[in-house]
Structures are given as structure tokens and as C-alpha cells.
Design a protein around this ligand. Structure first.
Ligand SMILES: [Zn+2]
Length: 183
């Protein structure tokens, strides 16, 4: 069985409309939180800026959350702009839902595969795992990586997942040899 891994190469951009210039793309840049601890309540925002005009927007991470309910290590991460916490916060689907944006994964991920072997025997089974929750369409991923057309993928690839539906959950598929399909 071959193993393919989808992983991010950087943080994705955000599809988020700018209130000033109407651009629809924003970035976390280096990644910065703003923290406001007011007595026992905590507000935390993740700052993002418009890629066109640099206008800064605040995405709500915590809103009037009791300080005591927040893990101290996490709180420390907000104060120090911990890059892992920035990534985890941005990729948390709850943040996108709450702040009404979508992630734009274009050019922000890659597929790691083992080196091609000349002695490949068909059929080939491939397991795809996700190091990061990048939504990919299996048929496109397979077609692109194996140099097949989409219709060849439909004929030669068997999988228990829908190949046309974007997923960021691991799956496996089987590629039949060309002869097995046409012969
Ligand atoms: Zn703007």
C-alpha cells in the first residue's frame, strides 16, 4: 500500500470581505492575538489584515469567557502569539462559522508521496492521510498526481468514498491497471 499525505505549506488566506476596499482576501500574517482581560472575563481576538489595503479586522475567539475556564497554557499562548495556537485557532471550523469567513487553501498545501517505483504492479492501493484539514477533491488529487484524466479516474479507481466530494478525512483507493480496464 502506498501512503500519500496532504499537509499545509503555510496558513491559508481567508475569504473575508474588506469593509474599506471590498477586497475579499485577508491574511493572519505572522499571527497576532489581542487579549482583553476585564476582571474575571476574557475577550480574545485573532487579528487579520486585508491583503489589498492592510485594514485590520478582529475575529472573535473568546467573548466574555470566564478566565478560570481557559487553560492557563492556552491563555499564555494568546499573550505570546504562539504560532501553533494561531494555526489551531484559524483552522478551527468554529472560528470561521462565528466570524463568517471561509478558508482559501489555494497554493497553501502540498501532497507528499513516496518516490515512484518502476516495478509497480497493478492494482495499486493508496492510503491518503491528512496532516492538516485541507479540503481536497479526491478525483482531482488522484488525476493530477497519477497523470490521469478525470474519466480515467472514474474507470480505474475504486474507493469507498465519493471521489467528487471534497474531504479532509483520510481515505483509501485502489487503482486498476490499464489492461484490467480495457482488456
Ligand atoms: Zn481592504
Amino acid at each position: 500500500m502506498l501512503s500519500w499525505t496532504v499537509r499545509r505549506t503555510r496558513l491559508p488566506l481567508l475569504s473575508l470581505r474588506c469593509l474599506d476596499c471590498r477586497s475579499e482576501s485577508a491574511t493572519t500574517g505572522e499571527g497576532r492575538f489581542r487579549v482583553n482581560a476585564n476582571g474575571k472575563l476574557l475577550d480574545v481576538w485573532l487579528l487579520v489584515r486585508c491583503v489589498s489595503c492592510d485594514r485590520t479586522s478582529k475575529l472573535t475567539v473568546h467573548e466574555r469567557t470566564p478566565v478560570r475556564s481557559v487553560d492557563p497554557a492556552r491563555l499564555d499562548g494568546f499573550h505570546t502569539n504562539d504560532p501553533d495556537l494561531v494555526a489551531a485557532t484559524l483552522l478551527d471550523p468554529l472560528l470561521a462559522r462565528r466570524n463568517r469567513f471561509a478558508l482559501d487553501w489555494r497554493d497553501a498545501w502540498r501532497l507528499d508521496t513516496p518516490p515512484a517505483r518502476p516495478d509497480v504492479t497493478w492494482p495499486v492501493q493508496v492510503e491518503v492521510t491528512f496532516a492538516d484539514p485541507v479540503p481536497v477533491r479526491p478525483d482531482r488529487l488522484i488525476a493530477e498526481h497519477l497523470g490521469l484524466t478525470r474519466s480515467e479516474v472514474l474507470h480505474r479507481v475504486k474507493s469507498d468514498v465519493s471521489l467528487r466530494r471534497p474531504t479532509s478525512t483520510g481515505f483509501t483507493f485502489l487503482v486498476m491497471g490499464e489492461a484490467a480496464v480495457h482488456g
